[in-house]
Design a protein. Structure first.
Length: 253
């Protein structure tokens, strides 16, 4: 790890930190030297991640939260900042429910938009308000998807939500650049997480995913977290409004 990748003295808030990419991001940020506040709806999962950070010599706080709750997100960010001034936010909370568009439940559509888009916006806004008020600058990294650039059968709601996350990322980057806040996103392909394992367990689906990857290889969480740490570091200070594809070439053809 190069010195400019180090995050010593920084405090990062990670939503969706209990599992998958959020968990991996929290561990990677802590390894880079950041203090980390872990947020998600599952306290037991957060405590497990906090124990891993502590065992590795890091420092973290556990704060259960629902990213779709406007008041709750504002309280989360304020409380985390009171523990130690925040300068990094990783929005990794997200979910997916698949199905054909003609019969897709509107309740599932609303749920995906609420978690994937509303939750990302609420956390960004809360941190933006706080940081802009004290003129301190910050790094925001949103977790999008290659589905934010392309379409895929049975994933209209997920694709729409991630396209919207990309647009939100670019809009906030432009709006907040004068305040020293960079806003970027990572857009991974299918990587092995608790969310994707049931899908990848289907041999036909797994073969189709690999067919769409030029290298034919499904990634791991660690393939994504390096990009997150980079975008949170000083080496990325001139990068903002960028959607960094960590997609094995999925969107290159």
């Amino acid at each position: 790890m190069l010195p400019a990748d180090r995050l010593d003295g920084r405090h990062a808030l990670v939503t969706g930190a209990g599992r998958g990419i959020g968990r991996g991001a929290a561990l990677a940020l802590a390894e880079a030297g950041a203090r980390v506040t872990l947020a998600a709806r599952s306290p037991d999962e957060l405590r497990s991640v906090a124990a891993e950070i502590r065992d590795a010599g890091g420092e973290s706080w556990v704060r259960p939260a629902d990213v779709t709750d406007e008041a709750g997100v504002a309280e989360l960010v304020a409380a985390a900042d009171a523990d130690s001034p925040l300068s990094v936010l990783v929005n990794a909370a997200g979910l997916n429910r698949t199905g054909p568009s003609e019969s897709y439940p509107v309740a599932d559509w609303d749920l995906l938009m609420s978690v994937n888009l509303r939750g990302t916006f609420l956390a960004c806004r809360a941190l933006g308000r706080l940081v802009r008020a004290r003129d301190g600058g910050a790094r925001i990294v949103n977790v999008s998807s290659q589905m934010g650039s392309v379409g895929y059968p049975g994933r209209a709601a997920y694709c729409a939500s991630k396209h919207a996350v990309n647009g939100l990322t670019k809009a906030l980057a432009v709006e907040w650049a004068p305040d020293g806040i960079t806003v970027n996103a990572v857009a991974p392909t299918f990587v092995r997480t608790p969310l994707t394992e049931p899908m990848l367990a289907d041999p036909e689906f797994a073969a189709e995913v690999r067919r769409r990857l030029p290298g034919g290889e499904v990634g791991d969480v660690e393939d994504v977290t390096g990009a997150i740490v980079f975008l949170a570091s000083d080496r990325a200070r001139l990068i903002t409004g960028h959607i960094l594809a960590v997609d094995g070439g999925w969107t290159a053809w």
